[in-house]
Design a protein around this ligand. Structure first.
Ligand code: SF4
Length: 543
């Protein structure tokens, strides 16, 4: 301690609180309780002039602190789920599976359940006519996280919409708004010669805890009185992807450049003197049989939809109030206008990028159409960079197309070895992955070499590790909307650092960070996995 600091400490014994807190927390002791006792003990020692060493304070605090509460281990995922087994072979995900257009606010709690009930409806239509003639009722039961936070995600409306034949990419969000405003509406579902009336009452919020194969489990049944004509158990496994009991993934053609890791992917790019984006393009063509023009046509649709969500969000009135009990006022338009007036160019850049992310994320909060990149909750991050690069920087669209493919590769790898589901891994799996993807997009657009693309993606992911999911009131608004803005800015920062360092000196590789993401997801207390049982969801009081 310097003389000046020592003097300050003598005048004000509580000036430097570090002195008061014992440095090490013994194992098995509740951290909060220990720190409080240690600090109180230290303060008392200073005020009474009694000199105690940090070690003596540690012993005293440990003797009186509460034992650590055992962490609520998240229930393990069933090993037979494809989402668990998938890490074994080469990556086979394709862009049309990955970037999905659908209504917000959540890919796993809105788009997934709508795809599930639509799938069930299709199966039910194939039952023999004599069985359909007996049918009296359709019923959806939501379990786990789908039940815990489904109300805030509009899960029941999405499930009903799918049951009556709507698909996420084409459903009119106004239809879903109408269900929210008039929840008693009844719809006929035609099954063979039979017509069955369904309403929101047929979607049941069931057990939040249990021995489920996946935290996002639901069942759909076709009943004849008490008899079950058809029943299927489904899982919404993140990013709008779905599985069901007995699911086997569709057979696909082998990729031209098989890879399981970023290291292998980058080796393909470097060996062939090309970019990660072009390797992914070649794989898309070999897996799906599509031409280059067809792959890029899909990518263009996604780019256009992302630009449209930002434009639509920015055009909303400044005082628009988002649906739900939080009564959150939109801020994208205000942040944009004020940022544009900022006299400092750097502040202007951060401000407008944040505004673009807020705009797309607020659209998600409204339940309007968004694009999973990789999820609905994180749907503000990638559009912010796409909009900024295309509409503000006016970069070449072809570069953005390639960037979208490189970003998809980052998402594929996170899906392959970790998770895209907040119910499995918290927000690091959503906004962390989105930020990582956006960093890869940005680096690719600026012609960075493959190692820089990897480093940028790694850095953005690394600095989201451990981030929990605790949406206030179960609505994808707080912290989600602002968090998208932070994810976008971090993506830019990650690119800025990666493009200004010597790539080979970057000490953490992307694959190691994805492993850390997977391990952190497994260890994370289940209260922080989209259950609204902890964190901000508990500490914020709505008036
Ligand atoms: S906190 Fe993150 S993961 Fe959770 S709902 Fe919000 S955006 Fe999604």
């Amino acid at each position: 301690m310097s003389n000046k600091e020592a003097g300050k400490s003598a005048q004000d014994p509580l000036a430097d609180t570090h002195e008061l807190i014992a440095p090490e927390i013994p194992r098995g002791i509740d951290r909060r309780s220990f720190l409080m006792r240690s600090a109180v003990g230290g303060a008392a020692a200073v005020m009474t002039g009694c000199s105690q060493t940090p070690e003596q304070r540690t012993a005293g605090a440990a003797a009186t602190a509460k034992p650590e509460a055992p962490a609520a281990a998240a229930p393990p995922l069933a090993p037979d789920l494809n989402v668990v087994k998938k890490g074994e072979g080469p990556v086979l995900t394709t862009v049309d599976e990955f970037y999905k257009v659908g209504p917000g606010p959540s890919s796993s709690h809105t788009i997934g359940p709508m795809r599930i009930t639509y799938d069930f409806y299709q199966r039910a239509t194939k039952l023999p006519a004599d069985q359909l003639a007996k049918a009296t009722k359709l019923q959806v039961n939501l379990f786990g996280s789908l039940s815990a936070t489904g109300k805030g995600h509009g899960t029941e409306r999405a499930a009903l919409a799918g049951l009556i034949g709507n698909e996420p990419a084409t459903v009119d969000p106004k239809f879903l708004d109408g269900l929210r405003d008039k929840p008693d509406q009844v719809f006929p579902v035609k099954l063979g010669s039979k017509s069955i009336d369904v309403s929101l009452k047929d979607v049941i919020y069931d057990a939040t805890k249990g021995d489920f194969k996946h935290p996002n489990t639901m069942t759909v049944k076709l009943l004849a009185g008490n008899d079950v004509l058809l029943e299927q158990e489904y899982y919404s496994v993140g990013g709008g992807f779905i599985e069901w009991k007995g699911y086997t993934p569709p057979k696909k053609n082998p990729p031209k450049y098989p890879f399981r890791t970023m290291k292998e992917l980058r080796t393909h790019a470097d060996t062939n003197k090309t970019t990660i984006g072009k390797i992914i393009l070649a794989n898309e063509m070999s897996i799906t049989g599509k031409s280059e023009a067809e792959v890029y046509a899909w990518v263009d649709k996604v780019i256009n939809a992302m630009v449209a969500t930002v434009k639509s969000g920015l055009s909303m009135p400044e005082d628009d109030v988002l649906p739900g009990p939080i009564k959150l006022h939109s801020k994208a338009a205000t942040v944009y206008k004020r940022a544009m007036d900022d006299k400092f160019q750097s502040d202007r850049g951060i401000g407008v990028l944040s505004a673009f992310a807020l705009a797309a994320s607020e659209e998600n909060g409204r339940g309007h159409l968004v694009i999973t990149a990789p999820t609905g909750g994180s749907a503000g991050v990638m559009p912010a960079l796409v909009y900024g690069l295309l509409e503000v920087r006016k970069v070449d669209r072809q570069k953005v197309r390639e960037g979208m493919l490189a970003a998809a590769a980052v998402g594929y790898l996170c899906k392959h070895h970790a998770t895209l589901s907040a119910a499995e891994g918290g927000c690091q799996a959503e906004i962390g992955v989105a930020s990582s993807m956006a960093a890869a997009l940005t680096a690719t657009v600026f012609d960075a070499e493959s190692h820089v693309v990897e480093n940028a993606a790694e850095s953005a992911l690394e600095h989201h590790l451990g981030m929990t999911c605790d949406p206030v009131a179960g609505y994808v608004q707080v912290p989600c909307i602002e968090r998208c803005a932070f994810g976008a800015v971090k993506a830019w920062t990650a690119y800025a650092i990666a493009s200004n360092e010597i790539a080979s000196r970057h000490r953490v590789d992307f694959d190691a960070t994805v492993t850390a993401l997977a391990e952190t997801a497994k260890d994370m207390n289940s209260k922080y996995k989209e259950t609204s049982e902890a964190g901000l969801a508990q500490s914020v009081t709505l008036c």
